[in-house]
Design a protein around this ligand. Sequence first.
Ligand SMILES: Nc1ncnc2c1ncn2[C@@H]1O[C@H](COP(=O)(O)OP(=O)(O)OP(=O)(O)O)[C@@H](O)[C@H]1O
Length: 276
Amino acid sequence: MSENCTHDCSNCGENCPSREANPADFLEKPNAMSHIKKVIGVVSGKGGVGKSMVTSMLAVLLNRRGAHTAVLDADITGPSIPKAFGIHQKAMGSEFGILPARTKTGIDIMSVNLLLDDETAPVVWRGPIIANTVKQFWTDVIWENVDYLFVDMPPGTGDVPLTVFQSIPLDGIVIVTSPQELVSMIVAKAVNMAKMMNVPIIGIVENMSYVKCPDCGKEIKVFGESHVEQTAEQFGLKVLGKVPIDPEIAKNYDAGLAELVNVDCLDAAADAVEQL
Ligand SMILES: Nc1ncnc2c1ncn2[C@@H]1O[C@H](COP(=O)(O)OP(=O)(O)OP(=O)(O)O)[C@@H](O)[C@H]1O
């Protein structure tokens, strides 16, 4: 226990016995009108590795397979999910709770950008306020008949992601890395956090693994050889997929057309989520 313990674990990253005893104590109840079958967190050790892209594509892939999917954008300071789906309208509310926005193919979305007057305004809030906003996306939003709710977690393994881990009952997490990351260390942090919270790890997705030469089809390892297999083995995890750097992904995703992106390379990751 920290010398400065305030007995409020929701704002503390220390791994002390009182936290380990009851990780479930901090779980929040969803809105009374929500029905969610599985909740999957998507985490990364640092920003910019494509966590939001992988989150969106898993929701798209399972939606294409006939499931009702949803995305809770818990990346409050870097909310990119609405833009990926071309959503610019504001969230609506009723006396029973907040209604998520729905994409063209029927994926439900909640993000801080659906609440801000100006979606380009920076979110310069302190950690506890950010964490409370994420909690409200769980407690106040009506997630109606959702088969898979994907939570685009805040990047890193600090205070805010920890609170999200504690408040939302995740059925499993997918870890997203890129080859240039210090994969082993980053994965170790995510694995330890998941263990602390008793959340199963579904596996690892490596994004930006290689570029395919458009002329000869050769795979060029821009960031050097991948070490994701060794890292996965070290922690007893599965590699769920390797996503290439693909200008088509960037073009469609950044233009709000995530639902048109072709990512067969994530099929095994979608299978693993279905088998949860
Ligand atoms: N495999 C890929 N090929 C091409 N572009 C990609 C790929 N993956 C991600 N990108 C692009 O990289 C940018 C960052 O992706 P994304 O927003 O998913 O990262 P992130 O890890 O969620 O970042 P942050 O943590 O800052 O929110 C986006 O513009 C996206 O289109």
